[in-house]
Design a protein around this ligand. Structure first.
Ligand SMILES: *[C@@H]1O[C@H](CO)[C@@H](O)[C@H](O)[C@H]1NC(C)=O
Ligand SMILES: *[C@@H]1O[C@H](CO)[C@@H](O)[C@H](O)[C@H]1NC(C)=O
Ligand SMILES: *[C@@H]1O[C@H](CO)[C@@H](O)[C@H](O)[C@H]1NC(C)=O
Ligand SMILES: *[C@@H]1O[C@H](CO)[C@@H](O)[C@H](O)[C@H]1NC(C)=O
Ligand SMILES: *[C@@H]1O[C@H](CO)[C@@H](O)[C@H](O)[C@H]1NC(C)=O
Ligand SMILES: *[C@@H]1O[C@H](CO)[C@@H](O)[C@H](O)[C@H]1NC(C)=O
Ligand SMILES: *[C@@H]1O[C@H](CO)[C@@H](O)[C@H](O)[C@H]1NC(C)=O
Length: 637
């Protein structure tokens, strides 16, 4: 195997001066694998891709072109794109491909820019995205085995791919488009099921809808077991690894599964993701450059993951569950060559310098960073707590149930839900409220008659004390922190999964309120609610989940900005109806939320809504800054 790699080294160093593989030059558009000469062939000529990952679901449509141009100007000839199924099919059977979900518009922009596309349609994508891209409605079947030949899962996957893949077919390179290859599943070998029937079914579907003339491939982690479970005959096996891996050994491993054909690192990690509470991840630029150079020298095809990470807006972040549940932060900056806000970094320039040695980098200047603006402080005022706003945010009203129901049973998949019951008896002493089976997914904010008692947290806080009188109202707001996107625990139901116990009583007789906070805000609440403007501003903050609102006065500018909530604890923010994501400066490392300029108005008041879950600071201020702050776990600025 080492000999094969050495041979590759010898022949590819000479490239591109001497074409060493693929002798038949055809005039027809084609993209294929040359198994003899260990390379891709594009239109019959040897082809090496230098690609970067970018996720249209994490970047506002308005900025897609800007980011693609910057990737092109770095010298990339391809981009790698995930298709998140749950982003397109929020309701089973109803697909959305418009606006920020307009995948074909994205492909068109890439094509106009001169970039080929490596498409990764899943159906599972990982991506640190909510449930790895799988729609949470799949969990309505209680024991569904995701990513396997489970009948209901296969049915749903087949229906989705029957919509998605025919849309993609005209975009295949052979058909005049820019998609050169399509990945089947994603790192399937790292999933416990190892179900070849499932992979065979996917292979059949992909071939049926896309035809025989497209390169289909798989990607797996750099171990024997992962490569064995993730690869399948007829799908070209590729590998992924970062800067701390021995390149020769990794490509030798790929060679054991693909003795001939191009070397491919489908995910070369330029950076890494952050979880709440962990230090900010960074990957050294010099290491990235060095390893990239070595791989390209070997003639390998490389996709840099990520080239721009972007943002987990709304509730789209995923989570990991290894020793405990750990949710991914809102920013997906990833320490990538383009920042979360799409700005070129030193890492980008270093990568461009490496690429210059291998292919012609387009001449002309790198487009500059988009302008940022520090709009300054805005003081918010209190709108009210969840209980006093139920008419507005829970228009459907409660469902009564003796025992708690999950989010999935309630058919509300994301965000927050309120569970209400009464205290079965007087609690004169502080009495433990217990989640005996760790069934709070993921955080429970507990109040008795409007007095905040504290919170329960999955895997870490399973008991708190509460006090009150018999028949007092017990309100428990449950927050879904994003479903697990990797590993064996992706059946990640949300809400109260098991009974809670108060003292010696199992709590029963629940009223469960689905909450459509995003719907209310999209309709203009609370800013359009005239009562709010008649009431004197409530300055005094209070503990427990409370809504706050404010306006950023228009100043003619609509520049990108970063929102800092110093001394606030944890919550969710919306601006002009758009859900920016979660903030949690008390845990960090992320301290600011990215606000793309196009979300702002230069002429009308910009409406800010904050749901603070624990406690707002007395100053009630938020700050719009001109730079991000993503790397502090100290909880202070
Ligand atoms: C589809 O998604 C776009 C945003 O990408 C949104 O504006 C639109 O309302 C959605 N359509 C439906 C029918 O939900
Ligand atoms: C892609 O771009 C090329 C060159 O600009 C153009 O000829 C081709 O029609 C485009 N393909 C599609 C599918 O739009
Ligand atoms: C990588 O592994 C090969 C083969 O095991 C070994 O010869 C080489 O020294 C290693 N390279 C580095 C940089 O550790
Ligand atoms: C919510 O606010 C109302 C009105 O201010 C108050 O009466 C009630 O006690 C509060 N409830 C909670 C759960 O905070
Ligand atoms: C609950 O209260 C009891 C009695 O005051 C105390 O001993 C115990 O430490 C408290 N438990 C928690 C989790 O706060
Ligand atoms: C903010 O809300 C007010 C009141 O509903 C509305 O008139 C205004 O247009 C909103 N601002 C923006 C930028 O949407
Ligand atoms: C945080 O990042 C900034 C620049 O983005 C850098 O100047 C600073 O040293 C970093 N701080 C820590 C603690 O890593």
């Amino acid at each position: 195997m080492a000999a094969a790699v050495l041979f590759l080294l010898a022949v590819t160093i000479a490239w591109p001066a001497l074409p060493v593989c693929g002798h038949s030059v055809s005039t027809q558009r084609s993209f294929s694998i040359d198994y003899k000469n260990n390379c891709f062939l594009k239109d019959g000529k040897p082809f090496q891709y230098i690609s970067g990952s970018i996720h249209y679901s994490r970047i506002p449509r308005y900025y897609w072109k800007d980011r693609l141009v910057k990737m092109y100007m770095t010298g990339l000839n391809a981009v790698q794109v995930y298709v998140p199924w749950n982003f397109h099919e929020a309701v089973q059977g109803v697909q959305n491909f418009t606006g920020d979900r307009d995948l074909e518009h994205f492909l068109d922009l890439a094509n106009q820019t001169g970039l080929l596309v490596i498409l990764r349609p899943g159906p599972y994508i990982c991506a640190e995205w909510e449930m790895g891209g799988l729609p949470a409605w799949l969990l309505q079947k209680p024991n569904i085995v995701l990513r396997s030949a489970d009948t209901d899962y296969i049915q749903a996957v087949s229906n989705w791919l029957a919509v998605l893949l025919p849309k993609m077919k005209p975009w295949l390179y052979v058909n005049g488009g820019n998609i050169i290859s399509v990945q089947v599943e994603n790192e399937y070998g790292s999933y416990y099921a190892c179900d070849y029937n499932y992979m065979r079914h996917l292979r059949t579907l992909f071939r049926f809808f896309l035809g025989e003339d497209v390169v289909l491939f798989t990607t797996d982690g750099n171990t024997e077991k992962e490569m064995a479970c993730g690869s399948l005959q007829g799908l070209y096996a590729t590998i992924d690894f970062g800067t701390d891996t021995n390149i020769t050994e990794a490509f030798n491993r790929q060679r054991r599964f693909e003795p001939g054909g191009p070397l491919v690192n489908s995910e070369f990690y330029t950076g890494w993701l952050d979880h709440w509470g962990d230090p900010h991840a960074v990957v050294d630029t010099q290491k990235v450059s060095r390893v990239l150079e070595e791989m390209l020298t070997m003639g390998a095809n490389v996709n840099m993951y990520m080239f721009e990470g972007g943002t987990n807006f709304g509730y789209w972040n995923g989570a990991d569950h290894d020793s405990r549940f750990r949710s991914v932060v809102t920013s997906y900056d990833y320490d990538a060559p383009l920042t979360e806000a799409g700005d070129p970094t030193e890492k980008l320039l270093a990568i461009r310098d490496v690429i210059t040695q291998f292919r012609e980098v387009p001449s002309g200047p790198m487009p500059p960073a988009t302008p940022k603006f520090a709009y300054g402080f805005v003081t918010l005022k209190k709108v009210g707590n969840i209980s006093s706003l139920l008419d507005i945010i829970s228009p459907l009203g409660p469902v009564k149930s003796d025992y708690p129901l999950t989010f999935e049973e309630m058919k509300q998949y994301y965000g927050f839900m309120l569970y209400r019951t009464t205290l079965p008896q007087d609690l004169s002493e502080p009495t433990p409220l217990i989640s005996p089976l760790n069934g709070v997914h993921d955080r429970a904010y507990v109040s008795v008659n409007g007095v905040f008692q504290g919170l329960l947290e999955r895997d870490t806080v399973l008991v708190i004390n509460v006090s009150g009188k018999q028949e007092d109202t017990l309100d428990i707001l449950i927050e879904n922190m994003g479903r697990v996107n990797f590993g064996s625990k992706i059946n990640d139901y949300k809400g109260l999964l098991n009974n809670l116990i108060l003292g010696k009583d199992v709590l029963r007789n629940w009223e469960i309120f689905p909450l459509d906070i995003d719907g209310a805000i999209a309709r203009g609440w609370p800013h359009s609610d005239h009562q709010q403007t008649i009431l004197p501003p409530w300055r005094e903050p209070s503990a427990g989940p409370v809504f706050y609102m404010g306006t950023l006065k228009p100043n003619g500018l609509t520049c990108d900005t970063f929102l800092k909530l110093s001394e606030w604890i944890k919550g969710q923010v919306w601006i002009n109806g758009v859900n920016l994501g979660r903030y949690w400066p008390a845990r960090g490392p992320q301290q600011t939320l990215y606000i793309p300029g196009p979300l702002l108005s230069g002429s009308r008041p910009n409406n800010i809504t904050v749901l603070e879950l624990e406690a707002a600071p007395a100053h009630l201020r938020v700050l719009f800054m001109d730079r991000p702050h993503l790397n502090s776990t100290a909880g202070k600025s």
